[in-house]
Design a protein around this ligand. Structure first.
Ligand code: FA5
Length: 341
C-alpha cells in the first residue's frame, strides 16, 4: 500500500508540475483528489486494515493529499503569474511614448477669401445676403433686363433644367430676390455658387463662385465715382496697396452705363503671360449703374431710385491673392495644394 501511495505521489506531482493552464489543473484536481481518484480508493480501504496499519496508511494518505493540494496550489500560482506577465507585456503602457496628434483640417482657401471679402464689405456698411442656387428664368434673366430671345442671354452659357429653371448663372439673381422684399436704401453683398455650361481651363470653371454687390438709394445719392471708390477700397483691402485696378466700359444688360473691373496680373506684373492671356490684366468682374428697367421689374418707380451693382469672381480673386496659376486646383481635392493655406 505504501508503494502505491508513493507511486501516486510521484505521478501526481510530475503531472501537476507540467500543467500549463488552469483547465489542466482543474482536471488534475479531479483526477487525483476527486471521488474516483486513487487517493479516495486508498482511504476507502482503510476500514479493512488493522489498527496499526490503518494509522500508518491513513497518515501517509493524508500527507499525500496535502502534498497534492499544495502542489496544485503552487502550480496554479505559477500559471496565474505567467498569465499576468503575458497580459502585462501585451497591454503595457509606455507613458513616455509621444502622443498621436489628430490632423486638424481648416477652411478651404475659397472660404477663407470669401470671409475676408465679407469682412471688408461689412466694415463699409454692407449686409451679407444669401439666396437659392436654382433659379427661375424671371430672376436669373427676365427681371435683369434679359428677356427671352435677347442675345445677351448667350453671354452666359447656361445649364437648363427640364423644369425650365436654371442653376443660377450669376449671383445677380439675388439683386431681384432682395429688392422684391426690401425697400431701399440698402447695401448688400451676396456671396455664392454659380454654374455655367463652359469648358474648363486655367481661368474658367463650370462651377465657380461670385460675390455680388448692390447699392440702391434715392436718385442722386448713388454715383459711379462713389461706387468706384468703394471697390478700390475693397481691392486694396484684399490684395494690398500695390495692386493696380482698371475700369473699362463694357456691356451688361442690367446696368447702364456698364464697366468691367480688372486687377493687374500678379505673375507677370503687367508684362503679359499665359495666365492673363498676354494682356497684363486679370478680369475680376462687371459693374455699373443699375438699369432702370431692373428697378421697375421689382415694382419701383422709374427714376425714383438709383443703384450701383457689381459682380466679381471669387476664384479669380483668390488666385490673385495667393498666386495660384490654375483655377482647377480649387476643386481638385489635392491636399498638397490645400495644405498650403
Ligand atoms: C456677370 O456674371 C455679371 N452678373 C456681373 C455683374 C454684376 C455685372 C453686376 C454688372 C453688374 P461675368 O459673366 O463677366 O458677369 O462674370 C463676372 C466674373 O465672374 C468674371 O469677371 C470672372 O471673374 C468670373 N467668371 C465668369 N465666368 C467664369 C468661369 N467660367 N470661371 C471662373 N470665373 C468666372
Amino acid at each position: 500500500m505504501k508503494n502505491k501511495i508513493n507511486k501516486v505521489k510521484e505521478l501526481a506531482l510530475k503531472e501537476i508540475g507540467k500543467a500549463k493552464d488552469i483547465a489542466e489543473i482543474e482536471s488534475l484536481k479531479v483526477k487525483y483528489l476527486g471521488r474516483k481518484s486513487e487517493l479516495v480508493n486508498i482511504l476507502r480501504t482503510l476500514k479493512d486494515l488493522s489498527q496499526d496499519k490503518r494509522k500508518e496508511i491513513g497518515e501517509a494518505a493524508n500527507k499525500l493529499r496535502e502534498e497534492i493540494e499544495s502542489g496544485i496550489r503552487d502550480q496554479e500560482l505559477e500559471i496565474r503569474k505567467l498569465e499576468f506577465s503575458n497580459i502585462e507585456e501585451k497591454e503595457r503602457i509606455d507613458v513616455t511614448y509621444p502622443g498621436s496628434v489628430n490632423q486638424k483640417g481648416h477652411l478651404h482657401p475659397l472660404t477663407q477669401v470669401r470671409y475676408e471679402i465679407e469682412e471688408i464689405f461689412k466694415l463699409m456698411g454692407f449686409l451679407i445676403v444669401e439666396d437659392r442656387e436654382v433659379e427661375d428664368e424671371f430672376h436669373n434673366f427676365d427681371a435683369l433686363n434679359m428677356p427671352k430671345d435677347h442675345p445677351a442671354r448667350d453671354m452666359q452659357d447656361t445649364f437648363w433644367l427640364k423644369s425650365g429653371c436654371v442653376p443660377r448663372t450669376h449671383t445677380s439673381s439675388v439683386q431681384i430676390r432682395f429688392m422684391e422684399n426690401n425697400k431701399p436704401p440698402f447695401r448688400i453683398l451676396v456671396p455664392g455658387k454659380v454654374y455655367r455650361n463652359e469648358n474648363t481651363d486655367a481661368t474658367h470653371e463650370s462651377n465657380f463662385h461670385q460675390v455680388e454687390g448692390l447699392i440702391v438709394a434715392k436718385s442722386g445719392k448713388v454715383t459711379v465715382a462713389g461706387a468706384k471708390s468703394i471697390i478700390a477700397e475693397f481691392m486694396k483691402g484684399l490684395f494690398g496697396e500695390d495692386t493696380k485696378i482698371r475700369l473699362r466700359p463694357s456691356y451688361f444688360p442690367f446696368v447702364e452705363p456698364g464697366f468691367e473691373f480688372d486687377a493687374s496680373c500678379p505673375y507677370c506684373k503687367g508684362e503679359g503671360c499665359r495666365i492673363c492671356k498676354k494682356t497684363g490684366w486679370i478680369e475680376l468682374g462687371g459693374a455699373g449703374m443699375v438699369n432702370q428697367n431692373v428697378l421697375v421689374s421689382v415694382g419701383l418707380f422709374e427714376d425714383e431710385y438709383e443703384g450701383f451693382a457689381f459682380g466679381f469672381g471669387t476664384e479669380r480673386m483668390a488666385m490673385i491673392k495667393y498666386g495660384i496659376d490654375d483655377i482647377r486646383l480649387f476643386h481638385s481635392g489635392d491636399l498638397r495644394f490645400l495644405e498650403q493655406f
